[in-house]
Design a binder for this molecule. Structure first.
Ligand SMILES: [Zn+2]
Length: 76
């Protein structure tokens, strides 16, 4: 089996830190998992990328008060 952290081959049966090859890799994986959890709120919304900003500027009046609505794309 390959260690999911360092990708090294090792005997799963002889490992005391399954499914990792060593305690070190197990700690590394845990650290990565925690990092991803902390950064979850910053995951970009895929739908935002599908909204062309040029279209927004052409159809909406140039008014800073409208910016709050621009940040929330419509369901259309
Ligand atoms: Zn490893």
């Amino acid at each position: 089996m390959r260690c999911p952290v360092c990708n090294v081959e090792f005997e799963l049966a002889s490992s005391a830190t399954k499914p990792f090859c060593s305690k070190r890799c197990k700690t590394i994986d845990l650290g990565r998992w925690l990092d991803e959890s902390y950064s979850l709120p910053h995951v970009p919304d895929p739908e935002d990328d599908e909204t062309p900003e040029d279209d927004w500027e052409g159809t909406l009046p140039v008014d800073t008060t409208a910016l709050t609505e621009i940040e929330k794309p419509t369901d259309a």
